[in-house]
Design a protein around this ligand. Structure first.
Ligand code: VG1
Ligand code: CO
Length: 580
């Protein structure tokens, strides 16, 4: 093939957010749009690192992925990349990409050096919805801010990109290797099975025999909803073939370009079918719901864990996994190196860390911050309130891993019960956890697609308010006299303990005397307008008071948060778009 230099000009707005660049498909398909971003990434990595590289290129299979893969292959060839690996049909979950970078050995003995992941995660897909792209590094984790900042700078000055226009389109539906030769030598594209490497890794972490006994037992019932995301490409292999679950346990497990028209976000609002099946629907008509249910997002890095008529908050989930990991999961049997959570995630994990005497870290939102801790051997398990849970087996959050972790805990606790008459349920496990550690009542209010200016004004107003605790507290007391005082108000700032880098403005916090917290952040993953996230948390140590309905328990704090922030005045919204 030949290398063409194509002239281009900078395109506005190519700043990667919390997890890559996410825009409407109609934006991505504009001439040069994807190409500018990919070339800016190559330039940020520097030509020395790109030449001879082995890159993984795949994603959650959303609309425009197939075209994007062909373009990236041609640009890789032109930039001197040695080989590109593509999951069959362009499908690889985000955690599988991370696993492939870290573990896979190519047919010629090669190892990957990085990846382009094509996904907009939990955002809907299709011609009128979202597409996204992000770059992951050699450790299998998202590019750090130093790189994403450089990429953005490059998008503002780019003048040309390289592409091998005459390279034929690759058949990505068939496993095999295609060889080409270009000006700098050989270039290969290897199409491989999307699931094998990931399945192998999972089998090395969990006791599949033990989980199989539980899943194939007639006493245990299970349901997994992939919301037509890429998790479907793994669910059958793992849950049915390896672990003996019934075919009928799988819901929406065929990956689709538009996620079947749905919103592939595993929460109580969008995972409607699963929620109804688990007996948590508005009109609960479910007859004997399964014991355990779970869902994933589009790229399968998120998870929602449900019991029969019972919701497990993600903040509780990571705390419970951490508390039980050493006993229930072989990978952790020699102990945990430490645990970490994102700032807005509840402090349930902090209490576990304290009780078990574990190293503990609080990082900004977004998985990239956990990677450094893991690379330095400081952290084994981490999680975010946004349905993200994972461990140092890879450098991304991992939706199926979280489900296997919960199944491991259930299988461990029920080892002796499978022939008895009563199983320990998900709800039992959570309630026992609260009895030991106390409960962090928690909820998140999302105001989606708010006018960007109004959202900025609201945030600026809160920052200004933070300079006077007196003013804050008079507003708090004006709203509810039964809520405790704010003792500290700040913007969260993080200094990475490994490389010393500092990330500022990572969320506005109001910390109350009784341990309650209010946090305000703007989302960095949306593709239009602004999304305001309001996180509300309250700790209850008294085990006789841990059984309340969470929205009811948090109502006073919610009232305070809305008054304090003048949410209605700034945004015109009297209610959030989504409550989780
Ligand atoms: C959201 C979540 C954050 C998560 C990120 C990527 O970011 O809040 O916790 O890491 O999505 O998840 P933001 O900036 O919109 O709040 V995924 O599954 O979209 O890659
Ligand atoms: Co995701």
């Amino acid at each position: 093939f030949k290398v063409s230099k194509v002239s281009t000009t900078p395109i506005d707005g190519q700043k990667p957010g919390t997890s890559g660049l996410r825009k409407k498909v109609k934006v991505f398909i504009q001439p040069h749009y994807l190409q500018n971003f990919v070339q800016s990434t190559f330039n940020a990595l520097t030509p020395e690192k790109v030449r001879g590289a082995t890159l993984v290129v795949s994603g959650d299979g959303r609309y425009f992925s197939k075209d994007a893969i062909q373009i990236i292959i041609k640009m890789s060839a032109a930039n001197g990349v040695r080989r590109v690996w593509v999951g069959q049909n362009g499908l690889l979950s985000t955690p599988a990409v991370s696993a492939v970078i870290r573990e896979r050995v190519g047919v010629d003995g090669s190892k990957a050096t990085g990846a382009f992941i094509l996904t907009a995660s939990h955002n809907p897909g299709g011609p009128h919805e979202d597409f996204g792209i992000k770059y992951n590094m050699e450790n299998g984790g998202p590019a750090p801010e130093a790189i994403t900042d450089k990429i953005f700078e490059n998008t503002k000055t780019i003048t040309e990109y390289l592409i091998a226009e005459d390279l034929p389109n690759i058949d990505i539906s068939t496993i095999g290797v295609a060889n080409f030769s270009g000006p700098e030598g050989q270039f290969d594209v290897e199409v491989f099975d999307s699931a094998s490497d990931y399945v192998k890794l999972m089998k090395s972490i969990f006791d599949f025999e033990l989980i199989r006994k539980l899943l194939s037992s007639s006493k245990f019932t299970f349901c997994y909803d992939a919301l037509h995301g890429v998790a479907g490409a793994y669910a059958h292999r793992i849950f049915v073939e390896e672990l003996g679950a019934q075919e009928s346990s799988l819901l929406n497990c065929v990956p689709k370009e538009d996620f079947g028209g749905g919103h592939p976000d595993p929460n109580l609002t969008y995972a409607k079918e699963l929620v109804a099946r688990m007996g948590l629907g508005k009109s609960d008509s479910a007859v004997d719901p399964p014991e355990f249910g779970a869902a994933a997002d589009g790229d399968a890095d998120r998870n929602m864990i449900l019991g029969k008529r019972f919701f497990v908050t993600p903040s509780d989930s990571v705390a419970i996994i951490a508390a039980n990991a050493v006993n229930a999961i072989p990978y952790f049997s020699s102990g945990l190196k430490g645990v970490a959570r994102s700032m807005p995630t509840s402090a349930a994990l902090d209490v576990v860390a304290k009780n078990l005497n574990l190293k503990f870290f609080e990082v900004p939102t977004g998985w990239k911050f956990f990677g450094n801790l893991m690379d330095a051997g400081l952290c084994s398990i981490c999680g975010e309130e946004s349905f993200g849970t994972g461990s140092d087996h890879i450098r991304e959050k991992d939706g199926i891993w979280a489900v296997l972790a919960w199944l491991s805990i259930l299988a461990f606790k029920n080892k002796e019960n499978l022939n008895g008459d009563k199983l320990v349920t998900v709800e039992d496990i959570v309630r026992q956890h609260w009895a030991i550690y106390g409960r962090h009542y928690y909820t998140r209010y999302d105001y989606e697609n708010v006018d960007a200016g109004a959202a900025k004004d609201l945030m600026a107003y809160l920052v200004k308010l933070q300079s006077s605790l007196d003013e804050i507290n008079s507003s708090v007391k004006g709203a509810r006299s039964d809520v405790s005082n704010v003792v500290n108000a700040d913007e969260f700032e993080y200094k990475d303990p490994v490389d010393g880098s500092v990330s500022k403005h990572q969320g506005i916090r109001f910390l109350f005397e009784d341990g309650s917290r209010l946090v305000f952040r703007l989302s960095g993953t949306g593709s239009e307008g602004a999304t305001i996230r309001l996180y509300i948390e309250q700790y209850e140590k008294d085990s006789s008071k841990t059984g309340r309905d969470s929205q009811e328990a948090l109502a006073p704090l919610v009232e305070v948060a809305l008054k304090l922030s003048k949410m209605l005045e700034f945004t015109g919204r009297s209610a959030p778009t989504v409550i989780t």
